[in-house]
Design a protein around this ligand. Structure first.
Ligand code: C2E
Ligand code: MN
Ligand code: MN
Length: 403
């Protein structure tokens, strides 16, 4: 199937612009065999390339392009299917934008085209061209340094595991941090079986009618463990299914009582709702949220954007925090669509004074891109893995000398 990939990248400082023609010649040979065609634009700093051809061949060539050391910060902007090639003439043609009059440059590029798309401006691929040629969207290019420009150095804040107060369930704790401020903003209590197995494993051992009650009651274990871990004023995040608040009468009162019983205060608690579960009784749910807020407990929307009701839920009530899940975070530095969605979330949340936390951050590049985009709260293996019944050390980023 005819596949199109468009990417943008940044030329490395040590690559002489003179050698570009040779690069393109070599690429042409390769692309010819693979039946891949396209066009490469260069503006003195950035490359912008469109590749068209059979899916397998385009993907193979794109993989090699991503590994090419002559450019960096390769961001995939579009991957799509089309009925015909837009630039089918040459294997790969280089077009240096600096050599052309800026008023005519777009038309000159389009004149190289071979398809009926030539002047169809609602073709997304050609809209990407237009945007690049007109140098719009540049404020969204975040040039991040190499992964090894930071060291991640573990501190000595780990707290050894405490014993679990009940035999039914336990918790692991994972810090949510502001890496540049070197501050632990919150600890999240993550449900575990007594053996340290996952939340799914724990829920799987319950009868369906017990799930919500057990979810609620497990929070008394979380609060007791937090107290045993000597949390002090540190804020604590706990997870709840939205329907737990709807289906269990007096759920908020129960939480408040358990919080006080364990020497904590409601103001230090954040309840995170997973929107994985469809909230079928939205009216009652928003009522429960009001009760939580009236008690001084803060609220976060978890897995934001992953499932049902992300945006419509946000229109309905505004939490203190939203958490963007790993599905959107993974390799964000390489993905135009993820970048666009996350920038949109940040923009909405900034207007609403909602703080944004990125969850599941594993790579330095993901963190650097997200920091550049304006996120300052992070949770992920890059900084600390959840510690079963204890608190893990945090690996803080330190700029390497020479960078
Ligand atoms: P969550 O609230 O989004 O919690 C974060 C999950 O991401 C945790 O999985 C954590 O171990 C994992 N994680 C953190 N950093 C990374 C990373 O860098 N890479 C990867 N691959 N994963 C990372 P966990 O503990 O298995 O929890 C899964 C989900 O189970 C939670 O997602 C939450 O939605 C739910 N859950 C946890 N505790 C409770 C609870 O007490 N009640 C309810 N209803 N749900 C809970
Ligand atoms: Mn959570
Ligand atoms: Mn999750």
């Amino acid at each position: 199937m005819l596949t199109t990939i468009i990417y943008r990248s940044h030329i490395c400082d040590n690559v002489p612009v003179k050698t570009l023609e040779e690069m393109v010649d070599a690429a042409n040979n390769k692309n010819g065999y693979a039946d891949v065609t396209g066009i490469l634009l260069f503006n003195g700093t950035h490359f912008f390339q469109l590749l068209e051809g059979p899916e397998e061949s385009v993907l193979t060539i794109y993989r090699h392009i991503c590994e090419d050391v002559r450019h960096y910060n390769v961001v995939e902007l579009l991957r799509d299917y089309a009925p015909a090639r837009r630039f089918g003439k040459a294997g790969m043609e280089l077009f240096d934008l600096r050599e052309h009059d800026s008023n005519q440059v777009l038309q000159t590029v389009l004149d190289k085209g071979t398809s009926k798309y030539q002047l169809t401006y609602d073709d997304r691929a050609l809209q990407f061209f237009r945007t690049f040629v007109e140098a719009r969207e540049k404020e969204n290019y975040f040039e991040i340094p190499e992964a090894d420009s930071w060291d991640f150095v573990a501190d000595d804040s780990a707290v050894a595991p405490v014993t679990t107060p009940s035999g039914h369930c336990s918790f692991a704790f994972q810090p949510i941090i502001d890496p540049l401020a070197q501050e632990v903003v919150s600890l999240e209590a993550l449900l575990r079986t007594p053996d340290g197995d996952s939340p799914q494993a724990w829920f799987a051992g319950l009868a369906a009618e017990d799930v919500y009650d057990a979810d609620l009651k497990s929070k008394s274990v979380a609060f007791a463990m937090a107290a045993a871990l000597d949390l002090g004023k540190q804020s604590l995040s706990v997870n709840l299914l939205p329907m737990t608040l709807v289906k269990i009468p007096g759920a908020v009162a129960f939480l408040v009582e358990e919080i006080h019983k364990n020497g904590l205060v409601p103001d230090q608690i954040i309840v995170e709702f997973t929107e994985q579960e469809i909230i079928s009784r939205l009216e009652e749910f928003t009522g429960a949220i009001r009760q939580l807020k009236a008690a001084g407990i803060r609220v976060a929307i978890d897995h934001f954007g992953a499932g049902f009701a992300g945006l419509s839920l946000l229109a309905r009530f505004q939490p203190e925090r939203i958490k963007i899940n790993r599905e959107l975070i993974e390799d964000v530095h390489k993905s135009g669509p993820r970048q666009a969605i996350i920038l949109g979330i940040i923009k909405s949340c900034t207007s609403l004074e909602i703080s944004v936390c990125a969850v599941g951050v594993e790579k330095p590049e993901e963190w650097m891109w997200l920091e550049s985009a304006g996120i300052s709260l992070f949770q992920g293996h890059l900084f600390a893995r959840p510690a079963f019944a204890g608190i893990p050390a945090v690996a803080w980023p330190e700029k390497r000398s020479g960078f």
